[in-house]
Design a protein. Structure first.
Lengths: 265, 269
């Protein structure tokens, strides 16, 4: 079939890469070399932070937009915008933030002229870890809204009414009904968000100009382009390492997805 | 019962969310309107500079051509395949669905390593293949677009009765190509269109593979001017946002008219 061929090429490529000539040396290199270990740690850390923050904020915003009382147009505005913003990213997104919070960005200069504070003298930089996290949230939050909205929609009004008729408080409702139903969807979505930012290359590359923050995708990019340490085998080993992390992620994601669909109509 | 009022905490979160989403867009707009010489507001010269840059037109043309080719190849490949799976091999549906998740585990940055390694070192592909964006890059883009095309089309096929339509058409003496082209295709038009617009947005934003295999597309041009011309870069960034907006809104409009919705997830970063 046509579908298998490209996918298989990729799989073969990934494995060929990892074992190309040197077999295990490249893979063990990941664990042994300090700067590679560091890059994986840095990547995983940023992904965890943006997945949790993005998940939490996305959940709160999605719930605020969907809950009873919010006008319908607000809801559809956020829904539409999320659909678009989750697909932003890459070079344009990075530049939008450079124009906003870069050294001569609009907001940076605004804060400087109004409050007299230069945020760059207080430890903020758009190419630092916090800067990258802030930018990643711009596509993480909309993705969370997009993924979690159907699950929130699935919370039926009858459940909330039934529980309050039986004398439960709002807290008890969330503790015993809302959260248990939503939890698999939330966890699944957070795992998806983790993978989403773990794999991001273009945004980080553009923000940090390919140096600065050592993230795994950026190291791979450097190896391929031969900028800093042109070591093709290292690049392949790194790609294999990333593949491994993402594959483990999928192993958690699929059962979550299955559980989450249990309450779907 | 009185009309429920909007909850105060909801207002707080919605306003915060809206501010976070809108501020970078507004800031980029203001930035692009600055005068490159004086740094003061407001001048359209950054837009003029972009418009007069032949590189801008050249790369945007390349990116659009690649997008159209990817859409054509993707639809030609996947419409018949998914049709066949729905019609004859429904047991394979979960398998294909699983394969559509594979590109999420193998993001562009890994894909490009695998592709370059495979075609350059293993197959020793000739330069006329590797050096042409239309061949090498479109191949990669089709893989990247596969999940989005697949999920759009799958939803479209699920919404129609493939069996009845096919039997009716075949029973009236139509050939297979006629059945596919004149009966099935018009019924999944909305799904195919939304897959196509999504692919357009993906290809126009794809940086990783294009840059690492040394092609010049619109995103690599954008990155290049980001580094040396700040104000025109803001103008080009806004145009790029505009294209993404247009593609995504077209999906929504097409989908609304067709009365169906498809779920999309993030891409191209």
């Amino acid at each position: 079939m046509f579908l298998i061929l490209p996918a298989a090429t990729v799989m073969v490529g990934a494995f060929k890469g990892a074992h190309g000539g040197y077999t295990f040396d490249n893979v063990t290199q990941i664990v042994q070399t300090a700067n590679i270990r560091n890059a994986f740690w840095e990547s995983i850390r940023i992904s965890l932070v943006t997945a949790f923050l993005g998940g939490l904020l996305g959940l709160l915003i999605a719930y605020a937009a969907i809950r009873k009382g919010t006008p319908g147009w607000v809801r559809s505005a956020f829904g539409t915008f999320s659909g678009v913003a989750a697909n932003f990213g890459g070079i344009p997104l990075a530049f939008a933030f450079i124009a906003t919070l870069g050294t001569i960005g609009i907001v940076t200069q605004f804060i400087n002229s109004v409050f007299g504070i230069n945020i760059y003298e207080h430890g903020f930089a758009i190419w630092s870890r916090n800067g990258v996290e802030l930018v990643y949230l711009y596509f993480q939050i909309p993705l969370m809204i997009l993924v979690i909205a159907p699950a929130i929609d699935g919370l039926r009004a009858e459940w909330s009414e039934a529980s309050s008729n039986l004398g439960a408080s709002r807290f008890q409702y969330w503790r015993h009904i809302g959260m248990p139903v939503l939890l698999p969807s939330i966890l699944g979505a957070v795992i998806l968000l983790f993978g989403n930012s773990f794999a991001a290359y273009a945004t980080a590359y553009s923000l940090t100009s390919g140096t600065g923050l050592p993230l795994v995708p950026i190291l791979i990019g450097n190896d391929l382009a031969g900028n800093v340490f042109s070591n093709p085998h290292e690049g392949q080993a790194l790609a294999f390492g990333m593949f491994f992390v993402l594959a483990v992620m999928m192993l958690f994601y699929i059962p979550m997805q299955r559980r989450a669909s249990r309450w779907a109509k | 019962m009185r009309k429920p009022r909007i909850a105060p905490s909801a207002v707080v979160w919605l306003v915060l969310g809206a501010a976070y989403f809108l501020i970078p867009l507004v800031a980029t707009l203001l930035f692009s309107l600055k005068n490159p010489q004086t740094g003061k507001c407001c001048s359209l010269s950054a837009y003029g500079e972009i418009m007069h840059d032949p590189q801008f037109w050249a790369t945007i043309k390349v990116s659009f051509r690649l997008a159209l080719e990817t859409i054509a190849v993707g639809l030609l490949l996947f419409v018949p395949t998914i049709y066949w799976v729905h019609l004859k091999l429904p047991r394979l549906r979960p398998v294909v669905g699983f394969m559509a998740l594979v590109p999420f585990v193998i993001p562009p940055i890994i894909l490009v390593v695998g592709l370059l390694k495979f075609y350059k070192d293993t197959l020793h592909a000739p330069f006329w293949f590797l050096g042409k964006p239309d061949l090498f890059l479109v191949g990669a883009m089709v893989i990247l677009a596969f999940p989005y095309i697949y999920f759009s089309l799958d939803a479209g096929f699920r919404a129609i009765d493939v069996h009845t339509l096919t039997e009716a058409s075949r029973g009236l003496g139509a050939s297979w190509p006629a059945t596919l082209g004149r009966v099935i295709l018009p019924n999944i038009r909305v799904a195919a269109l939304s897959g196509a617009f999504l692919t357009l947005a993906i290809v126009l934003g794809e940086f990783t593979i294009a840059s690492l295999s040394a092609f010049h597309t619109f995103p690599t041009y954008l990155q290049q001017i980001n580094e040396d011309k700040a104000y025109p870069a803001a103008a080009a960034t806004l145009m790029s946002f505009g294209i993404t907006w247009a593609a995504m809104l077209s999906i929504l409009l097409v989908g609304r008219r067709g009365g169906q919705r498809t779920v999309r997830v993030g891409i191209g970063r």
